[in-house]
Design a protein around this ligand. Sequence first.
Ligand code: FES
Length: 159
Amino acid sequence: MGNDRGEELETRNPSVSRRTFFINAVMGFSLFSGIALMASYFIRFLLPVSRVKSTRKLYVGDVRQIPPGKSINFTDLKGQRLNIVNTGDEFIALSTKCTHLGCQVFWRERDRLFFCPCHDGYFDARGNVVKGPPPAPLTTYKVEVVGQSVYIFVDEVHV
Ligand code: FES
């Protein structure tokens, strides 16, 4: 009789251990997948996607369109607005976005200053803060004059 009971236990144990093995395998796989996913996010956090920065040369116009003391507006293909100023000595390209809270600045020819109407911010022809709350100069862009043509260089970021 004791022998029958022992055989009965032996026949039950393999099925129980198979079930336990299956449950443990599923749990182990789930745990491993979760850890692998978290590790991939952590690695991405530590090593951000590399970005390639390139510069684009854009034709702005003819020098005769911007006489000394004048400025023209320019919008690139991405909608970025710039002002190109002829100071009399050189051409300067500046962002029209105020460094205070982002309002649009515009060129005041009679004062030879950029004016931000939001909080009375003033910048000189080179984009330096003259008066008001702006904390930094306007962003400038490289300008090149070839013959009668004015070009600017804008940065592009590719992911
Ligand atoms: S946003 Fe230009 S001065 Fe405030």
